[in-house]
Design a protein around this ligand. Structure first.
Ligand SMILES: *Cc1c(COP(=O)(O)O)cnc(C)c1O
Length: 421
């Protein structure tokens, strides 16, 4: 409580990112001081089984030994050079090999920067203004993309456009997720002015929502027909649902892909990439400008590189899928037994428990979840020693460090937390 008081004195709301304030779940936030494997530890030394996973960063669990060692070694050689270092090339090669639709990549410092830059590139290449996005999808806090966004914007019920000029917001067309008819109408009407459509190919920021394959296929077809680019925002799903992301699972090729989270191995890294003929329009080869003092930072590149090497070596997706399924089904049997309205959506290594019996397939249905019940559940679970994201509109993340025993203990704690609702 003392540190929180101090934090609130010097930081807005005591935090550097809004959801960390735990406002929507109505309890005081915790401070974390250590994270290892599947566990995190707060200031008072309390241990939590962690499903926040640093918002999707920690695919291999927290602080994997191999990555930490390489980071230490590299740090001794210098912290930032400001010119190109060999690890940028190594990590870029791994990304290009992992994701078939990406010929070339540009590293930036966050997911927000990646989506912002991808949109600039799309607008620059196409000479058009409109961007299509989907309700409940979150692509970072860039002006054009904060309109009807999920994640923290959803959590706080913000209009999403405060501080964003109407003229800018008007260039973003917002459509419902998973609604193929709305897609067809919008493209028919505005097709020739659309520069690009951006989508979370598996949504994580309104809670987990699985796309209909038909919806994504139609989006691919319509963007192609009207000469717009399709951007898959794989900041969460990249390297998480398969080595080649959601596009690998669904066998749909976007024109541009944005990455982040897992890619930085715990450091601030984002990336965007795509076909050679699009990427070459970027400076210094082309005329579309985008730059960064710390882009390709050597420590961050080393962390990302050794993370991807380990992911490639382990190929953990089958195991992650099974663990996620086990947890999802376990939770559902607990809630159903007690007659609590509930739906669990999941994909490899990510899941969300919604407090509604209705199928959740878009933002509207996600919003019908009982948020008061969620807040109580979150608090109970926290007391039991399980950390999940402090918002209904987020995904829980399962890492390769989560053991069967972790899952069993989690289900026991979930059962107690549900009993106490
Ligand atoms: C987290 C996220 C972003 C933004 O990344 P930051 O690193 O937080 O800027 C963009 N898109 C998606 C899908 C995300 O989940």
């Amino acid at each position: 409580m003392e540190l929180l008081k101090e934090a609130k004195k010097y930081l807005v709301g005591g935090v550097n990112s809004p959801v960390r304030a735990f406002k929507s779940v109505g309890c005081e936030p915790i401070f974390l001081v250590r994270a290892k494997g599947s566990k995190v530890y707060d200031l008072e030394g309390k241990e939590y089984i962690d499903y926040l996973g640093s918002w999707g960063v920690a695919l291999l669990g927290h602080a994997p030994e191999e990555v930490v060692e390489k980071v230490k070694e590299e740090a001794k050689k210098g912290l930032s050079f400001g010119l190109t270092n060999p690890y940028e090339v190594k990590l870029a090669k791994e990304v290009v090999e992992a994701i078939p639709s990406v010929d070339k990549v540009r590293f930036v410092n966050s997911g927000t920067e990646a989506t912002m830059s991808a949109i600039r590139l799309a607008r620059g290449v196409k000479g058009r203004k409109f961007v299509v996005k989907f309700e409940g999808c979150y692509h970072g806090h860039y002006d054009s993309l904060l309109v009807s966004a999920g994640s923290g914007v959803a959590t706080f019920g913000l209009p999403g456009t405060a501080g964003i000029p109407e003229e800018v917001a008007r260039l973003t067309l917002v459509l419902p997720y998973n609604d193929t008819n709305a897609l067809k109408e919008a493209f028919e009407r505005y097709g020739e002015d659309i520069a690009c459509a951006i989508v979370e190919p598996i949504a994580g920021n309104m809670g987990v929502v699985i796309p209909d394959l038909e919806f994504l296929k139609e989006l691919r077809k319509l963007t192609q027909e009207c000469g717009a680019l399709l951007i898959f925002d794989e900041v969460i799903t990249g390297f998480r649902v398969s080595l080649s992301g959601a596009q690998g699972l669904f066998k749909i090729e976007p024109d541009l892909t944005t990455l982040g989270k897992v890619l930085g191995g715990g450091f601030p890294v984002g990336a965007y990439g795509g076909r050679e003929k699009i990427m070459k329009e970027l400076a210094p080869e082309g005329s579309i400008y985008q730059a960064g003092t710390l882009s390709g930072n050597p420590i961050a590149m080393v962390a990302g590189y050794y993370t991807l090497l380990k992911v490639k070596e382990e190929r953990p997706y089958q195991k992650l899928h099974e663990r996620t399924k086990e947890l999802a089904e376990g939770i559902l049997s607990i809630t159903k037994e007690r007659g609590i309205p509930s739906t669990v959506n999941y994909a490899t290594s990510m899941l969300t428990l919604f407090f509604t019996d209705e199928e959740v397939r878009d933002y509207e249905s996600a919003k019908r979840s009982d948020l008061k019940l969620f807040a109580k559940f979150f608090k109970n679970l926290l007391e039991e020693g399980v950390l999940i994201p402090p918002s209904q509109f987020e995904a829980w993340f399962i890492s390769t460090a989560h053991t069967k025993e972790d899952l069993e203990r989690t289900l026991e704690k979930v059962e107690r937390a549900i009993k106490r609702l």
